[in-house]
Design a protein around this ligand. Structure first.
Ligand code: DC
Length: 233
């Protein structure tokens, strides 16, 4: 058996648990995990801080002008067990997970200039394969030739429930209805945007995890990944 590595693309709706299983898979296979949603969230946080985006306005032009000066990178953090995202040398891993960032991120990620910058960086990160990348357009745009594509789904209520629990545990003041609305709003915006809308690649394997435990989900995906890896060796 050689150690030929493959590219694993995991796409799906928000809060389907993509990142949880992507991290588990990367760890088990000794692959690199890349959370592309964190990259869109980082640009969103920047736009919020600069007040380029507010509830009623969006200064796209200023954001686009600043894009070349924004440096994003991932740095492994042993205490978290995964790589945290940095924006211009600042660790913003926790700040990008707030409800406010979630409310603005779909508008930011609809901008083609933002997508172009991030997709190109993501493609660079996956050049050497051995990567598990999760997002919305990984199997369709970033790595259309990925050896394994997964498309994850779950009901909106199940996803909102999980997200709500997670945010409460982090000590964030949220209510379930607000989280459910954010999940369904983002589903709508992510699937209807013009540039790279969220959709299942033709050759992706769909997994509905509404009634799967974390262990079942992980084992299902690991078996699939091992089969595909074996076929490529
Ligand atoms: O995975 P997430 O919920 O952290 O992603 C946040 C948002 O970023 C999501 O609502 C849409 C956008 N996104 C995207 O457009 N393309 C990606 N590859 C990843 C995320």
């Amino acid at each position: 058996m050689t150690d030929h590595k493959i590219t694993i693309a995991i796409d799906g709706f928000s809060s389907t648990g993509k990142s949880t299983v992507a991290k588990q898979l990367a760890k088990e296979l000794s692959y690199v995990y890349v959370d592309t949603g964190a990259m869109y969230r980082a640009i969103t946080l920047y736009a919020m801080r600069k007040k380029y985006i507010t509830k009623d306005s969006f200064d796209e032009e200023s954001l686009i002008k600043d894009l070349p000066s924004l440096l994003l990178k991932f740095v492994f953090e042993a205490s978290r067990g995964f790589a945290a995202i940095y924006l211009n040398e600042e660790n913003i891993e926790d700040e990008i997970r707030t409800m406010q960032v979630s409310q603005y991120v779909s508008r930011i990620s609809a901008l083609s200039e933002v997508r172009e910058k991030l997709v190109s960086q993501q493609q660079q990160m996956g050049l050497e394969k051995g990567v598990v990348m999760d997002g919305r357009d990984i199997g369709t745009v970033v790595f259309p030739k990925a050896e394994l594509k997964i498309f994850m789904t779950a009901t909106a209520e199940e996803r909102a429930g999980r997200r709500f629990k997670e945010m409460k545990e982090q000590g964030q003041a949220v209510n379930y209805e607000e989280v459910l609305k954010n999940v369904t709003d983002r589903d709508h915006l992510d699937t209807t945007r013009e540039d790279s809308p969220l959709m299942k690649a033709e050759d992706a394997i769909e997994i509905d995890n509404s009634s799967l435990s974390l262990d079942e989900q992980f084992n299902t995906l690991l078996n699939i990944a091992n089969d595909v890896i074996a076929k490529h060796n």
